[in-house]
Ligand binder design. Structure first.
Ligand SMILES: Nc1nc2c(c(=O)[nH]1)N[C@H]1C(S)=C(S)[C@@H](COP(=O)(O)O)O[C@H]1N2
Ligand SMILES: [Mo]
Length: 388
């Protein structure tokens, strides 16, 4: 039996509250993995950050457009719960329904509703946070993500709109708040965050499949919310309850967290919604490149607002930018892959900079204003390589 298999069985045997303490049970091999993530996290694919696992861009070259489930980053506030799909229920209730007591649906009920498949990225609002420190000299505490808190998948499920209609949503509905079945987070309660009714009725999916397979435990099994284009926290995993209210709803995750605060922002800046424009190069920082040989530098660029219009690369510290070639799919709320031929002349250090522009005419800036929590770092990232 492999370690990961043994670990899975152990997780299955554990009660949900016990999962948070799993790290203490650890044999040396498990000490490498954070408590409460079920899938194997080989170090060549992931960097462990607390309870989270970041995808490594430097080993991502050659991955297909859709991030394979086993390579997808994991961001857990506590730990992955294991939920029995046979007894699972989704409760939909609240003052925004014709009858406030609402409805309760099993997974079978949900699968009998019309299904839909979408491609969408999930990206943490804190993706890129470490660059506030390494690039702008204003470090921010919190998970020191590089650029790997993002992935793109095909999600199949039922549109939230259909479930809300079935529950008898009325025109008085204002906010819709999905809540996770994972452990409570301190005094903040279960992970939950309201969506305005307009977004909830637009393109939000309740997904039970990821890339053609049942949703894996770490990504929200048996059911997760997918909110295309928006910061990852909106896409509640392990959703068990959805409140539909005729008034605004609040939780830690739309009040004290996931808003831009700091000297550059007003005190009443709104909760974060759509994602910024970003780019990542599929090379290690400090990669060695042979001089006078032709290399193909590859990477991906993405935006939560519109598909990518163009990607440009500078090899002279941001002086002159030249177009990279976009190839393959370029879907909304997802990314596009690009390539750039590079034949470095002389040995020595070289700095690559990639800058994307989306069809909403947003171009990655050279720097971004500081915010206290280090959200939405979307400036051009300086990527050093060594020509040898
Ligand atoms: N119930 C629940 N939902 C959650 C979270 C969580 O901890 N609990 N983390 C959120 C955050 S901050 C992000 S970025 C995404 C990450 O999704 P993934 O782990 O499938 O990559 O899930 C979101 N949904
Ligand atoms: Mo996140």
């Amino acid at each position: 039996m492999t370690l990961s298999r043994r670990r899975f069985l152990q997780l299955t045997a554990a009660s949900v509250p016990a999962l948070a303490g799993l790290g203490r049970l650890g044999s040396p091999a498990w000490a490498q993995t954070p408590p409460g993530i079920v899938k194997p996290l080989p170090p060549e694919w992931f960097t462990i950050l607390g309870t989270n696992a970041e995808m490594r861009w430097d080993t991502a070259a050659g991955l297909p457009y859709w991030t394979p489930n086993e390579r997808f980053f994991v961001r857990n506030h506590t730990a992955t719960p294991l939920i029995d799909p046979a007894t699972y229920r989704l409760e939909v209730f609240g003052s925004g329904l014709r009858r406030a007591e609402g409805i309760s649906l099993s997974l079978r009920d949900l699968k009998r509703l019309p299904s839909r498949t979408i491609t969408a990225a999930i990206e943490c609002a804190g993706n890129g946070r470490s660059f506030f420190g390494s690039q702008q000299a204003t470090p921010v505490p919190g998970s020191q993500w590089k650029l790997g808190a993002v992935g793109v998948a095909r999600w199949r499920g039922v549109q939230l709109r259909h479930v809300l209609e079935r529950a008898g949503v009325t025109r008085r509905a204002v906010d819709v708040m999905p809540e996770g079945l994972d452990a409570v987070v301190g005094d903040s309660g279960h992970v939950r965050r309201p969506l305005p009714i307009g977004k909830a009725l637009d393109d939000v999916l309740l997904a039970y499949e990821m890339n053609g397979r049942p949703l894996p435990p770490d990504h929200g099994a048996p059911l997760r919310v997918v909110v295309p284009g928006w910061v990852g926290i909106a896409s509640i995993k392990w959703v068990g309850r959805i409140e539909v209210a005729d008034h605004q709803l609040f939780s830690t995750w739309n009040t004290t967290q996931y808003r831009l605060t700091g000297p550059a922002y007003p005190a009443d800046s709104p909760p974060l919604t759509d994602q910024a424009v970003k780019s990542a190069i599929e090379l290690p920082f400090g990669a060695q490149l042979q001089a006078r040989r032709r290399h193909e530098v590859t990477g991906r660029s993405w935006s939560g607002r519109a598909p990518i219009e163009r990607v440009e690369v500078s090899i002279d510290g941001g002086g002159r930018f030249r177009r990279a070639e976009l190839y393959g799919a370029n879907l909304p709320n997802s990314w596009v892959r690009w390539r750039f031929p590079l034949t470095p002349r002389a040995p020595g250090p070289l700095e690559l900079q990639v800058r994307a522009t989306d069809r909403a005419r947003r171009t990655q800036p050279a720097t971004v204003p500081f915010n206290d929590a280090g959200y939405l770092f979307w400036a051009v990232v300086k990527h050093p390589v060594q020509v040898v």
